[in-house]
Ligand binder design. Structure first.
Ligand code: ATR
Length: 279
């Protein structure tokens, strides 16, 4: 049973809409596991109310919060202290209120993604990696992979966005969207960061015929858990890594900042969150 007293540590996730967020489930699972006097709550916050709500929860003694769509850029702007990752992303997803009153923030998406890959035993140094997509998710993933000394290539439906991303990162090759499937044979890892294959979106056939037998395939989409890309890869006998682990790993830093315990990502947690996605 979760224990919440008058001394409870409180954190939140701010988004609009927020009903679909799995973060409350996940953080409250950890709070119960570690018998922590605390709570993590969802707050539906419109873009125009973001700064007021941040100041209010800070004044109310919250330890910090996560932010999701559409607040990641506004959250970056409201921070007094950010790290190098946040500066590169110009966005944050994790905020904590320091004892001196300063608002601190970072972006944990990319590191969460990398931690999920490493959890499966994958090494990234010098690996040739193809990233599908050039949106916010691709930016976080690409930045963290570069920190791991991986060699990244980016392909995107809108070429200009891929060019901008490579320029901002100061690294990476560009592959034309029309030709990535034919070029697949040169890569060790394929990552989908687009919304292709997401539940409720149009169907898309991923062409993996030119993949090498040792290609590893991963998707940051986790609803459905087995995406069209992962199914196509498994049908070819390729190793796959599901996207749910990124969600779980990106949450760890915030939890440890607010509640003082570094929580682990394990089978029990993964199945608990995965089961909630079916409902
Ligand atoms: P996020 O921040 O989650 O990455 P985003 O910035 O909207 O979201 O990016 C979505 C990504 O999915 C982009 O790379 C987008 O390609 P465009 O830049 O060309 O829009 C990609 N995407 C979405 N729908 C797509 C589709 N039908 N075909 C190909 N790429 C698609």
């Amino acid at each position: 049973m979760q224990i919440i007293t008058g001394k409870a540590k409180i954190a939140a996730v701010l988004g609009w809409p927020i009903e679909h967020s799995r973060s409350p489930l996940l953080h409250n699972f950890w709070l119960q596991r570690h018998l922590i006097d605390g709570a993590y709550i969802p707050l539906a916050v419109k873009a125009e109310d973001f700064n007021t709500v941040i100041q209010s929860i800070k004044a109310a003694g919250f330890k910090g919060c996560n932010v999701t769509i559409p607040h990641k850029e506004a959250a970056y702007q409201c921070c007094d202290v950010v790290d190098e990752t946040a500066r590169k992303m110009r966005s944050v997803n994790t905020l904590w209120f320091a004892d001196d009153g300063k608002i601190c923030g970072t972006s944990t998406d990319g590191d969460g993604f990398v931690a999920n890959l490493k959890d499966t035993g994958l090494t990234l140094t010098n690996k040739k990696i193809l990233i599908l997509g050039a949106g916010g998710a691709a930016r976080s993933v690409a930045y963290s992979l570069i920190q791991e000394n991986a060699q990244i290539s980016i392909t995107n439906r809108t070429l200009q966005r891929a060019e901008q991303l490579v320029q901002d990162l100061g690294a990476g090759q560009i592959i034309k969207w029309q030709s990535w499937a034919k070029e697949l044979g040169q890569f060790d890892l394929l990552i989908n960061t687009t919304s292709l294959g997401m539940e409720g979106k149009e169907d898309f056939q991923f062409d993996l015929q030119h993949a090498r037998a040792d290609l590893v395939v991963t998707d940051i989409v986790y609803v459905p858990r087995m995406t069209p890309l992962l199914i196509a890869a498994q049908q070819k006998g390729l190793k796959t890594i599901e996207g749910l682990g990124m969600l779980l790993h990106q949450a760890r830093l915030g939890f440890s900042k607010w509640f003082g315990v570094d929580p682990s990502v394990d089978h029990e947690l993964t199945e608990f969150v995965a089961n909630s996605l079916k409902k």
